[in-house]
Design a protein around this ligand. Sequence first.
Ligand code: HEC
Length: 171
Amino acid sequence: MIITLQKLFTCSKIYLFPVLLVSALFTSCSNDAVNITPPKPEFILNTDDLKDFKSWPLKASFLSVKNNQWRKIYLKLPEGGTVVDGVYPQGTVIVKEIHSGVNITDTILRYQVMSKRGGEANPKSDGWEWILTKNDITKVVSRGGNQTMVNGKTCVSCHLGKKDWVISTLQ
Ligand code: HEC
C-alpha cells in the first residue's frame, strides 16, 4: 500500500511539473504582452534627406584656426522636437561642412554628419549615428556606430565626454 502511494506521488509530480511549467509560461507571457510598450522606431536618415541641408538653420560659420579651414554647422530638429538640457531629440541631424582653406569661398573637402537615430541604435553613443561623406553630401564614405572614422580617428574619440556628444553650442 505504502509503495503504491509513493509511486503515485512520484508519478503525479512528474506529470504535474510540465503542466505547471506550461501554465507558468502562459501566465508570464500574457503579463508581458500587457506591460510592454513597443520601442519607438529608429529614425533612419536617408541621404536624400540631406539634399536641402543649405535651407536648414545655419548655427555656426567660422574659421578653425587650428585646422586652417572654414567650417559651417547646420542643425535640423524634427518637427515639434526640442533640445532638453542639452540632449537632442530623436530625428535631429547636424551637418558640419568643412572647407579646404581659410576662406568661406574655398572648395568643400567633406561633410561630417551626426544623426540621432534613437530607438535601439548605437546605445554606446546615445543613439547617434556618425556619417562621413565626400564633398557631395549624398556620397557617403562611411556611416555607423562608434567605429566610424575620419583621418584615422574615430568620431567618438573627439566627441566623447561632451554633453550628448555635441561639441559646439548650437542653441
Ligand atoms: C579630431 C577630433 C574630431 C574628430 C575625429 C571628429 N570630430 Fe566632429 N567635431 C570636432 C570639433 C572640435 C567640433 C566643433 C566644431 C569645430 O571646431 O569644427 C566638431 C563638430 C562636429 C559636428 C557639429 C556638432 C558638434 O558636435 O559641434 C558634427 C556634426 C561632427 N563634428 C561630426 C563628426 C563626425 C561624423 C565625425 C567622424 C566621421 C567627427 N565629427 C570626427 C572634432 C572632431
